[in-house]
Ligand binder design. Structure first.
Ligand SMILES: NC(=O)c1ccc[n+]([C@@H]2O[C@H](COP(=O)([O-])OP(=O)(O)OC[C@H]3O[C@@H](n4cnc5c(N)ncnc54)[C@H](O)[C@@H]3O)[C@@H](O)[C@H]2O)c1
Length: 276
């Protein structure tokens, strides 16, 4: 018996990284999981997003746990694609119990250097994508009088951060959206919470664009060059979390009986302990 037997879960950005880890953990607890991802590049993003092969690997790992799981290619910036996927899930499974709105992009730029394209892609993916998914699942969750919504914000949703103005704006906004949803559905058996991980070892961080931010004076910086800078972000002097460390917080929120809502769980190596 799993804690999520009979539940149907949608995980966005599920092709790799944290999304893959969340998807596999939910499936291991018995949920039917639909893992979706853009599985393509967004031109303004300075590192490779997930590929179709990444998504296939997630689906294969899910299917090893049960044939019922699905993958889907969906760009969360596109309302028609998000709505069509949710319609398909309802048509096939009859319900949707869990949304893990995890898809996201990052990039580094000082505010006066952010292009319209950078700004629009960032806000539209990280904030708009979560909004579209929440909007699509809510009518079904309301009908069921049951739902668990988890959005992936960030440590960058709790503070200002240099070179990340567009990312920070999207992640602060996501917390406001999540708390508002929690209030609107508070009497309907639905919870909405945000998680704020600090640095996680995924391709979003393990790439040259990130290393260059931490090592501006090194021509071709490597992970080892960036490690001291990453360690310096955390009072624990731990450079990064693994995706599974964040998944524990997601599992807590989606298995909660329904009283934890409108909150933020920071999985962050004590990095916000010095802030109010
Ligand atoms: N890695 C970190 O240090 C860190 C820290 C805090 C929060 N986060 C957040 O965690 C979430 C997961 O990121 P990750 O660390 O696993 O990085 P990742 O790049 O491995 O995963 C993000 C996934 O989202 C997908 N994606 C991007 N744009 C999309 C779109 N428009 N539609 C659908 N899918 C899209 C990507 O293809 C990728 O598979 C993101 O929201 C990110 O902002 C990451």
């Amino acid at each position: 018996m799993g804690q999520l037997d009979g539940r149907v879960a949608l995980v966005t950005g599920g092709a790799r990284g944290q999304g893959r880890s969340h998807a596999l953990a939910l499936a291991a607890e018995g949920a039917t999981v639909i893992a979706c991802d853009i599985a393509d590049q967004i031109a303004s993003v300075p590192y490779a997003l997930a590929s179709a092969r990444d998504l296939d690997e997630t689906v294969a790992a899910l299917r090893a746990l049960g044939e019922r799981h699905r993958g889907a290619v969906v760009d969360v910036r596109k309302t028609d694609q998000v709505d069509a996927l949710v319609d398909e899930i309802i048509a096939e499974f009859g319900r949707i119990d869990i949304l893990v709105a995890n898809a996201g992009i990052c990039g580094f730029c000082e505010v006066d250097q952010i292009s319209d394209e950078n700004w629009t892609d960032m806000i539209d993916t990280n904030l708009g994508g979560a909004f579209r998914c929440i909007r699509a699942v809510l009518p079904h969750m309301k009908r069921q009088r049951y739902g668990r919504i988890v959005t992936t914000s960030s440590g960058a949703g709790r503070a200002g951060m240099q070179n990340l103005g567009h990312y920070v704006a999207s992640k602060w906004g996501l917390i406001g959206l999540t708390k508002t949803v929690a209030l609107e559905v508070a009497q309907l058996g639905i919870t909405a919470n945000a998680i704020c991980p600090t640095t996680v070892a995924t391709p979003m961080v393990l790439n040259e664009a990130t290393y260059r931010v931490f090592c501006p004076n090194i021509e071709n910086p490597t992970l080892e060059d960036a490690r001291p800078g990453l360690e310096g972000l955390s009072p624990m002097r731990v450079a990064w979390l693994e995706p599974e460390d964040v998944t524990r917080a997601v599992l807590y929120l989606v298995t909660d009986p329904g009283y934890t809502s409108g909150t933020v769980i920071e999985v962050n190596l004590a990095s916000s302990a010095g802030r109010t």
